[in-house]
Ligand binder design. Structure first.
Ligand code: PLP
Length: 403
């Protein structure tokens, strides 16, 4: 049995979600069909929508089902852009934080490259926090010219929680919609869905099934659809709904929001023990992200740089020892890229490439932390040795080239 410390990537399906899905898998009926079977499917979808809306505190018509967080983010970013520039072509500016997940980052880049959006990347401080003052200054300097602002609720790599209340107030005062990616936050900390104009959520990050999520969009908010077809989901997201997945999603949201405070406190306790243990074993380790109180970072997130190690080597050594973690950043052609999040925080690229994320979930236990701490010393020794061999080989090659 391996030790799973990658709950931020995906977390196991909750029993209640599996039961809800298994119950629905045997029934036929397109939720858009008018006959009895279709109406029964439609009823299951609408009941699920009501459960999700009630659990998170919005009205059911504000829940637009999608095929996950990525689609919800794309719908918000591009849908708001097209709607807002359609209303007023002068609104060509898009403000987004440098540390967004690629599901926001890439559509924003795309709008810049293909739609002539003027993209303003919002900086973060050394703990990965956006400054609401920068948002205020950018909106005030170009009145009437911003299509949307995008700042995530909590970062998927380093777990830093953003000052969304303040940023939402600034955006509301300027009359500019704010999109918030709450994929990592919902089910982990309290999320106030009334603050932003749109909120992206995803089932598999909170114990629901893969491939289903939602965009919570304020009533009356105009969004241009990305997909066209049957006109489902307020005409903005055409496509036949996956009824069992939607039911599993609803069961999971209802469950995790039911005992949120208790679970968050439990996870934060485990996370603190994990970090204390790691730093005791590797005193030169650098803990990344917010250092402030418990509200400042996600309770299940621990992100650490191990100077002298390559993160991919450490990851594979830990994996071989039965501990599953994540580098949190992409790999291009087999070469680990330093994370854009860490670079935005001012972390040295070499240090950035020595980082691992350990993320805890509802099933995590003190034994999981112990297993990591037992496997870490040997993995660190071997990863450091591999790092030295690589550096020596690079130096030898440089000397040969120079000769
Ligand atoms: N946004 C954040 C912050 C995420 O962590 C992820 C997934 O890792 C996504 C969006 C994408 O969600 P999904 O996997 O449901 O497409």
């Amino acid at each position: 049995m391996s030790t799973y410390l990658d709950h931020a990537a995906t977390t196991p399906l909750l029993d209640c979600a599996r039961d809800a899905m298994v119950g629905a898998l045997g029934s036929t009926g397109n939720a858009s069909s008018l006959h009895r079977a279709g109406r029964a499917s439609r009823r299951r979808v609408e009941e699920s929508r009501e459960v999700i809306a009630a659990a998170i505190g919005v009205t059911p018509s504000e829940v637009i089902f999608t095929a996950g967080g990525t689609e919800a983010d794309n719908l918000a970013v591009k849908g708001l852009w097209w709607a807002r520039t359609g209303q007023d072509p002068a609104r060509r500016r898009v403000l987004a934080s440098r540390i967004e997940h690629h599901a926001v980052l890439d559509p924003v880049h795309w709008l810049g490259e293909h739609e002539g959006a003027e993209v303003v990347w919002l900086d973060v401080d050394s703990e990965g926090r956006v400054d609401p003052g920068q948002v205020r200054a950018e909106l005030a300097a170009y009145p009437g010219q911003t299509a949307l602002v995008a700042v995530m609720w909590a970062n998927n790599e380093i777990g830093t929680v953003q000052p969304i209340g303040e940023i939402a107030a600034v955006c509301a005062a300027a009359g500019v919609p704010l999109h918030v990616d709450a994929v990592q936050a919902l089910g982990s900390i309290w999320v106030d869905p009334t603050l932003p104009s749109t909120l992206a959520i995803s089932a598999h990050k909170l114990g629901g099934p893969l491939g289903v999520g939602a965009l919570i969009a304020r009533r009356g908010l105009e969004l241009t659809p990305l997909t066209h077809g049957g006109g489902q989901e307020r005409q903005v997201r055409s496509g036949t709904l996956d009824v069992p997945a939607v039911m599993g999603f609803a069961a999971a949201v209802d469950h995790v929001l039911g005992d949120l405070a208790e679970q968050s406190a439990r996870m934060a306790g485990l996370r603190d023990a994990l970090l204390a243990g790691v730093v005791a074993l590797a005193p030169d380790a650098i803990v990344n992200g917010a250092r402030g109180g418990t509200d400042a970072r996600l309770p299940g997130n621990a992100h650490v740089s191990f100077p002298g190690c390559e993160s991919d080597a450490l990851l594979m050594l830990l994996d071989a020892a039965g501990v599953e973690a994540s580098t949190g950043s992409a790999c291009t052609a087999g070469v680990p890229e330093p994370s854009h999040v860490l670079l935005a925080m001012g972390v040295d690229p070499v240090i950035a490439r020595s980082s691992l994320r350990f993320s805890l979930g509802r099933r995590s236990t003190a034994e999981d932390v112990d297993a990591l701490l037992a496997a870490l010393p040997a993995a660190l020794t071997r990863a450091r040795r591999a790092g030295q061999v690589r550096v020596s080989a690079q130096m030898a090659a440089a000397v040969r080239e120079g000769a």
